[in-house]
Design a protein around this ligand. Structure first.
Ligand code: MOS
Length: 697
């Protein structure tokens, strides 16, 4: 499929074109737009996990000077029914989770709104709740699908039980990961204003078009009447892919007050209002012959969803394609809890799934008396075991080998607890990494004026990844123009539709649409204008629907993660002075921003390994550590050296640009590499994230 593309800008490590705006504060984030006559919103949240509101007293709040109105289910405008009932904000007296919006104050200042919200008195009739994910839960069920309908929940190939029973070496272990909250640095923020043009929304999200459509449905509006502006976003990590209650509430408040309304969530509100990663309980069974050839892989996942909407993460799906075992079993079972709706977060599916699988592979290597890299190489499949398709490219072995060379793996004594310097035990570990190349439909328009200056429009979103820069580079090359002659406009739902900045799909999908638009412009120029740009300029549109090669090839990125950990003999304190990630992820558009993305992903892997966990209070169904004081993430002081390397990969099947997507693969496998290194250091296997010091004492 590949056309020969002259790459002048692609591959160049150019600085972010919006870097100066961002560093100087000139770049406007959603909450920062100056809007005349704006008023402020502050929500009131339920303090029970399940039940109904028996009475609500807003008189004290309403009486506070500066309060414009107080909304509750008693007076809120009616919304249309939505598939996700969590979005049906203030529509009933029912409470489905702790932290649900039960009222909201709109006031002249944010301080007044917040004070008044505390004066709202809500009485509840509480019902028994079910909030804790447990392996012995009798209500666990098989969801119709996982990954929002993209994958089947269960796959059975061959006879796993017999293969396990007769395996020379076998393993049966359970790995658990906690609830984690996405927590982008910029909390979810929205300004909504209604005027003659319809509804304008300044919003922090990962893709305006889908959110626009949800708002259109909720408020029974034509999508064309809604204009969402999303120029700069301070991170998303999955929590800003879909509409959540705060944007609905803000639009509703603007509708009721007929004033522009602003809402920025507090950090605490982020722990109940914007999704989270489900906790997982993962049982892995592996069987192998005496030479380390896998004969069976079983990966059974237990996870949670909510009563408001069924979101089931694809945790075991990755196991279907990783290794060449003839007998395979992957299942997902789900508990429907009185909790908020979980969502995608940082490498969903692959990230928690590979923690379990790659920890188990390390344990199997030890059981077989084999080097863990050799074990993986020995089980490298020649085709995708799941689909039977060849891989469009699969750089796993090359990444493992290159990583081993760079990391100094050869000198490693595999015996655990053999290296100690002072009071610190030292260990090293490795894990595989992978992430699918996802594609979502997108369209773009291209205009050229008589001076040869180009304008490209697409409703893509730069959530901090550098997409604005990478897409400009792509546009310049597909238009065969110098970078300076190309102006890219993104982040506005009035522009040609594009999928969200998620699933590491943006560069490939948006880039392909821009590629098609550039080709359409070129054709038009030749066929209609004889190759000469007319005085009034010329424009064309291009659309990308799907990658047809997905019907013939399995298209995924691969990588290898290496970690060195130091664990204090006396305190159990764990430090990770060195991480190395080697990736084979297609063409790299901008080495500078790509390096940051890989490094960022690995940093989140470190964070997942050592810090992140939302601690549930089962009495109330809320999280006790709902702020950055209690919910720890990796900071600069936690990060040592992170080396990022990628292998040149010229994949003819991914798209005309050769890109596979790099946003999420960096996190996948990192936690397993660290857990494996921790075992190597101490002889203690931690199968329950995060790896905290108490687990070594
Ligand atoms: Mo990513 S979790 O697809 O935003």
């Amino acid at each position: 499929m590949k056309m020969q593309l002259m790459t002048r800008s692609i591959g160049a490590p150019i600085n972010r074109i919006d870097g100066i705006q961002k560093a100087t504060g000139a770049a406007k984030y959603a909450y920062e737009y100056p809007v005349e006559g704006v008023v402020y919103l502050f929500p009131v949240q339920s303090t029970i996990a399940r039940g109904r509101i028996s009475a609500i007293d807003v008189s004290a709040a309403q009486a506070l000077p500066g309060v414009i109105t107080v909304l509750s289910h008693e007076n809120a405008p009616r919304l249309a029914h939505l598939a996700n009932t969590e979005l049906e904000v203030l529509q009933t007296d029912a409470v489905a989770y702790n932290g649900q919006f039960v009222a909201a104050v709109i006031a002249e200042t944010s301080e007044i709104a917040r004070q008044a919200a505390e004066l709202v008195v809500v009485h509840y009739e509480e019902l028994p709740h079910h909030v804790e994910l447990r392996a012995d839960d009798k209500t666990l069920y098989k969801p119709p699908s996982v990954n929002e309908g993209h994958d089947v929940p269960d796959r059975f190939v061959g006879d796993v039980e017999s293969a396990l029973a007769s395996a020379a070496v076998s393993l049966d272990q359970t790995y658990t990961t906690p609830t984690e909250h996405n927590n982008p640095l910029e909390t979810h923020a929205t300004i909504a204003l209604w005027d003659n043009a319809g509804l304008t929304i300044y919003d922090s999200n990962q893709g305006s078009h889908a959110i626009r459509d949800t708002i259109a449905t909720a408020f029974s509006l034509l999508p064309e009447r809604i204009h969402i502006v999303t120029q700069y976003v301070g991170g998303g990590f999955g929590s800003k892919l879909f509409a959540h209650p705060p944007i609905i509430l803000t639009v509703m408040a603007a509708q009721v007050t007929k004033r522009p309304v602003k809402l920025a969530l507090t950090r605490q509100q982020m722990f109940s209002q914007t999704g989270y990663r489900t906790p997982t309980i993962q049982r892995i069974r592996l069987g192998a012959d005496n030479h380390g050839h896998l004969t069976a892989i079983a990966h059974d996942v237990i996870e949670q969803t909510s009563t408001s909407y069924e979101f089931a993460e694809q945790v075991a799906v990755v196991t279907r394609r990783m290794y060449a075992a003839p007998n395979r079993r992957t299942t997902h079972r789900v508990a429907r809890l009185d909790m908020p709706v979980p969502t995608y977060m940082r490498g969903p599916g692959e990230c928690p799934g590979m923690f379990a699988l790659e920890s188990a592979m390390d344990e199997l290597a030890i059981a077989c008396g084999m080097d863990p890299i050799e074990l993986r190489i020995r089980n490298e499949p020649t085709i995708d075991p799941e689909t039977g398709y060849p891989f469009s490219s699969r750089g796993l072995v090359a990444c493992l080998q290159e990583g081993a060379r760079r990391f100094g793996w050869q000198q490693r004594d595999p015996t655990p607890r053999m290296r100690q310097e002072g009071r610190w035990l030292i260990g090293t570990g490795v894990a595989s990494s992978t992430y699918p190349a996802y594609y979502y439909p997108a369209s773009a328009s291209v205009q050229v004026d008589h001076r040869g200056m180009y304008q490209v429009h697409i409703d893509a979103t730069d959530i901090g990844t550098g997409a604005r820069t990478a897409l400009t580079q792509i546009a310049a090359d597909v238009l065969d123009a110098p970078l300076e002659q190309v102006q890219l406009e993104i982040g506005n739902s009035d522009q040609p539709a594009a999928g969200y900045a998620g699933g590491s799909s943006g560069t490939s999908s948006w880039g392909w649409a821009i590629f098609n638009a550039a080709n359409a412009l070129h054709t038009k120029l030749q066929e209609e204008c004889g190759g000469v740009i007319p005085a009034e300029g010329l424009s064309a549109r291009g659309t990308f629907d799907t990658n047809p090669e997905l019907q013939q090839f399995a298209i995924h990125s691969f990588g290898a993660q290496f970690a060195e950990v130091h664990i204090n003999v006396d305190t159990g304190e764990i430090r990770v002075p060195r991480l190395l990630g080697v990736f084979a992820a297609g063409k790299i558009v901008n080495p500078k921003t790509a390096h940051s993305q890989f490094m960022g992903g690995m940093t989140w892997g470190l964070s997942m390994a050592l810090h992140e966990a939302s601690v549930l209070d089962t009495r109330y169904g809320n999280y006790v550590n709902h702020d950055f004081g209690g919910y720890h993430i990796s900071t600069n002081a936690d990060v040592g050296t992170i080396d990022v390397v990628w292998l040149e990969e010229d994949d003819l099947h991914v798209n005309p640009l050769g890109t596979k997507g790099i946003g999420e693969i960096g996190i996948v496998g990192t936690a397993a590499a660290i857990a494996n290194a921790a075992f190597h250091a101490t002889g203690i296997r931690v199968r329950d994230l995060p790896i905290t010091l108490d687990k070594f004492l």
